[in-house]
Design a protein around this ligand. Structure first.
Ligand SMILES: Cc1cc2nc3c(=O)[nH]c(=O)nc-3n(C[C@H](O)[C@H](O)[C@H](O)COP(=O)(O)OP(=O)(O)OC[C@H]3O[C@@H](n4cnc5c(N)ncnc54)[C@H](O)[C@@H]3O)c2cc1C
Length: 441
């Protein structure tokens, strides 16, 4: 089942050319195109299904600096300001508000990890409050129990995954950007070794710059171009329950479960890090590069099934450019939620917030989280194919940092001054064996 998502109208008629073509209408693609259009650059965005219908509408909605890896923190901080700026300048509602994120724990090792992160965060100008046992129990009083400690990050917040990507796409269209749903990009044309067009199922758009923001589909697309992009996806299950009368925290996480209030009062519930690994050919192809990542996260991962093979997003097959591709056979990646995980999540949520006992389950869904070996996205022009910019592998963090990431990608695509240092994200780091350490969170 898919979670609620605003649908928008787009045009079936492609432009003959555009300065930049963005492939993929998730939150990364739409923000990239939005910032390009704001600069007066002509941009076309093609989405094989519906805007925001894959990962970008299936997530918790957290927009956080708290516990961010040092490589992503600058992008996370800029993004919080940009979420606010987007609402003010576009008049569109992405559901963003700085409600603060509350972390509660009874595990002293975890609390001391948070305390060390805070010391580092102070050097980056990020405010976060360590909570004593008394303060954590007070802030978390809806849980009705005592906590050893916690963290509250007041400047962090949440946006609404059911609204955000369509809101940005709607603003993009008003700026003159051309947006096309049910339109898969099948491949790239080149002239003299440089991008010269994007081949879609509805025709070619001539361009000198293409941005691949295809989420979990990026690696199989890159493979068609001879580009090796190590990427693996895990399937996380999540549910939402109907609004309750009691005032609960807007966004709270404990070791057991997280709960996030949506704008319509529903609560989205999930278990942090818990996911199924559905093996595929691509998974085996890159398995050795993901050993450190899986070694760090294995406690929460369970073996999955054939779901991902059937979906086709990690296919190793080469496809033709003049016939339907796996992207046209799977317009929206809508994997089955894991019933064991859904039941467990619901039980844990009621244990954490007993008031949720009265709430009905309204939706249960799953999403494939696409990851790189170090848990940091690949953003940048690909060596050997001028004009082809990769923007994928957001590793479970891409929603919150999307405005900043979109700005950075727009900067790279238009030759502007980058909003943050792009070096930590460059895709070339995956070509050797020496990529960075795996992100902690
Ligand atoms: C359960 C879950 C919880 C999460 N929680 C959070 C959170 O709280 N905070 C956070 O920051 N992040 C979170 N994430 C991660 C976040 O959702 C993703 O990192 C982010 O949405 C990635 O955006 P994207 O645009 O790269 O990918 P997607 O949203 O997957 O979009 C990619 C789009 O590209 C399209 N596409 C692919 N190939 C083609 C093609 N060839 N032609 C045309 N279109 C194509 C697809 O149809 C898709 O719509 C979570 C993810 C999940 C699944």
């Amino acid at each position: 089942m898919s979670p609620p998502l605003r649908r928008i109208q787009t045009s079936p008629t492609l432009p003959a050319s555009a300065d930049v073509v963005v492939i993929g209408g998730g939150i990364i693609g739409v923000f990239t195109a939005y910032y390009l259009a704001k600069r007066g650059i002509s941009v076309a965005l093609v989405e094989k299904g519906s805007i925001g219908a894959e990962q970008s509408s299936r997530n918790w909605g957290w927009c956080r600096q708290q516990n961010r890896d040092a490589r992503e923190l600058p992008l996370a901080s800029k993004s919080l300001d940009l979420w606010e700026q987007f609402a003010a300048e576009s008049g569109e509602d992405a559901g963003f508000h700085r409600c603060g994120l509350l972390y509660l724990s009874n595990d002293e090792a975890e609390i001391s990890r948070w305390a060390s992160w805070r010391e580092f965060a102070k050097t980056a100008g990020v405010t976060t409050h360590m909570l004593s046992g008394r303060e954590a129990s007070e802030r978390g009083q809806a849980t009705g129990r005592a906590w050893k400690g916690g963290v509250f990050s007041p400047s962090d917040g949440t946006a609404d995954p059911g609204k955000a990507a369509p809101a940005v796409a709607a603003a993009l269209i008003r700026l003159g950007g051309s947006v096309h749903q049910n339109c898969a990009a099948r491949g790239i044309e080149t002239e003299g070794g440089r991008v010269s067009g994007v081949i879609t199922e509805a025709g070619v758009i001539k361009t000198r710059t293409a941005v691949m923001a295809g989420g979990a589909w990026a690696s199989s697309f890159c493979r068609q171009l001879g580009i090796r992009f190590p990427q693996a996806s895990i399937r996380q299950s999540i549910l939402s329950v109907s609004p309750v009368e009691h005032r609960l925290p807007d966004a709270v996480v404990s070791a057991g479960v997280s709960a996030t209030r949506r704008n319509d009062g529903r609560y989205a519930l999930a278990i942090s890090g818990r996911a199924r690994v559905d093996p595929t050919g691509q998974f085996l192809r890159f398995a050795s590069q993901f050993v450190p990542m899986f070694a760090k996260r294995w406690r929460n991962l369970r073996p999955g099934g054939l779901e991902a093979i059937r979906s086709g997003h990690e296919t190793l097959a080469r496809w033709r450019l003049d016939a339907p591709t796996p992207m046209e056979r799977m317009r929206i990646l809508d994997p089955k939620p894991d019933p064991v995980s859904i039941k467990d999540t619901h039980r844990r949520a009621i244990e954490l917030l007993p008031q949720l006992r009265d709430a009905k389950i309204t939706h249960a869904w799953a999403g494939y989280i696409d990851s790189t070996p170090d848990g940091v996205p690949g953003i940048g022009e690909v060596q050997g194919l001028p004009g082809f910019i990769l923007a994928a592998g957001f590793s479970g963090h891409g929603f919150g940092i999307a405005p900043g990431a979109g700005r950075l990608i727009a900067d790279l695509a238009s030759g502007g001054e980058p909003i943050v240092d792009p070096i930590p994200y460059r895709p070339a780091r995956f070509s050797g064996s020496a990529w960075g350490k795996v992100a902690d969170f």
